[in-house]
Design a protein around this ligand. Structure first.
Ligand code: PLP
Length: 426
């Protein structure tokens, strides 16, 4: 028995499904998950000593590649002084200053420990600020596992064919209005009918939890206009896209200024850090200044903050995003060309260090279009690539991640492996 299988068997006895987050279980693609022993640059190694080129990157944080020496050093240096104090530290101030400098829409920010905490708190804040209850989210967008957001919520839930979680009382989602991504008319209608009840729109401004789906031209602009017109709060959930699609996330690419932004993943450099921030007048409603309660024993943890700061410092180096984009483009162009040579219906899209691959003729613009892709083909592709030492996300509903360490020799090797896999599809 392989060591991966042995560990998975043990894990399943003591951990539900053998994993601490559902998509890790390979539930939608089948097979035994890789138990990772170590990671370096673009590679991970599993418990059987097998090396993989990694396009999951810890689901986003590993933008510098794994185990970046400067990040590891920062963590080691911080850890020497103590792991957690439950009192403010200078590092938190510097991270908050850095985020407000890097993202102009963020005038004030509160640090938390995960993306889920960030979105959950931003929603509470939007409700507290507006005095309204209804929130709008979009089908296929995932904003973490808070009760009110677990409705038609993308990736993990889609993968398991379970659009809404058990254990969430209907009353808890009664104020969550779920609309189709990229359907601005539906949002307009909702505001016409209930404009004075809508506290906020929360949106993944590039959706990364139903594979990668871009906003249609005018969609985000329309959301911005409607929120302004009706006094609702526009929340960009940039947990995935923040510092990933470009130095200022989607708000930098589009020039659209949300009222609040949620962040996590990259800003912790692989450690648990999340954040929500935005307009000062809204952020001033957060306790202890205002009446919207929000707290965390480990919020702003000094070791995690050190990892985040060391990461953000490297992203600010000139040319960082050019390199990242070139790496991703090389992979995506190569995969598309290889599929075309083999006559396999396949397409792909990318922005910065984020990409989507689709076994369909066209890049999808909705959850329905992603679901209409050839999911069986994806599964076949996933396993064949894994056998060749390439680790893509184990679900057709997940985006992929490239780091600055995925240089052209590495992505070329991935493309060659894909060429061999596509040739066998005939
Ligand atoms: N928001 C988005 C867009 C995400 O992609 C995720 C996680 O993948 C979350 C929120 C939740 O973040 P976390 O898993 O850190 O709680």
């Amino acid at each position: 028995m392989s060591r991966n299988s042995e560990l998975f068997e043990r894990a399943c006895k003591v951990i539900p499904g053998g994993v601490n987050s559902p998509v890790r279980a390979f539930g939608s693609v089948g097979g035994t998950p890789c138990f990772v022993e170590r990671a370096q640059g673009p590679y991970i190694w599993d418990a059987d000593g097998q090396q993989y080129t990694d396009y999951v990157g810890s689901w986003g944080p590993a933008i510098l590649g794994h185990s970046d020496p400067d990040v590891i050093k920062a963590v080691q240096e911080a850890a020497v002084h103590g792991l957690s104090y439950g009192a403010p530290t200078e590092g938190e101030v510097v991270l908050a200053e850095t985020l407000t400098q890097m993202l102009p829409s963020i005038e004030q920010v509160r640090l938390v420990s995960s993306g889920t905490e960030a979105t959950m708190s931003a929603i509470r804040l939007a409700r507290g600020f507006t005095g309204r209850n209804t929130i709008i989210k979009f089908e296929g967008c995932y904003h973490g596992h808070a009760d009110s957001l677990l409705v038609k919520a993308g990736s993990g839930l889609l993968t398991f064919g379970n659009p809404t979680s058990a254990g969430v009382p209907a009353e808890f989602v009664a104020h969550t209005l779920v609309l189709d991504y990229n359907n601005l008319d539906a949002v307009r209608d909702a505001f016409k009918q209930k404009g004075d009840e809508i506290a906020c729109i929360i949106v993944e401004p590039f959706a990364g939890n139903m594979n990668l789906v871009r906003p249609a031209p005018g969609f985000l602009e329309g959301l911005r206009e409607l929120c302004t017109e009706y006094g609702a709060v526009l929340i960009f959930d940039e947990v995935m896209t923040g510092f990933r699609v470009g130095p200022q996330g989607v708000q930098g690419l589009t020039g659209i200024r949300p009222d609040l932004t949620t962040l996590a993943k990259v800003i912790g450099g692989g450690m648990p850090v999340g954040a929500f921030g935005g307009r000062r007048d809204i952020m001033q409603c957060v306790a202890p200044v205002g009446g919207v309660y929000q707290a965390g024993t480990l919020s702003g943890n000094p070791v995690a903050v050190a990892a985040g700061l060391a990461t953000l410092k490297k992203l600010a180096q000139p040319g960082f995003y050019d390199t990242l984009t070139a790496n991703t483009a090389n992979l995506i162009q190569g995969l598309k060309a290889a599929a075309q040579e083999a006559g396999v219906p396949f397409t792909a899209d990318h922005q910065g260090g984020l990409f989507g691959i689709y076994f369909s003729e066209n890049v999808p613009t909705s959850l329905a279009a992603v679901s209409a892709g050839d999911i069986e083909r994806f599964k076949q592709f996933f396993h064949a690539m894994l056998d060749k030492g390439v680790y893509f996300a184990p679900s057709a509903f997940e985006a992929g991640f490239v780091s600055v360490q995925h240089t052209s020799d590495i992505t070329d090797a991935t493309v060659q492996a894909a060429r061999e896999v596509f040739a066998n599809f005939k």
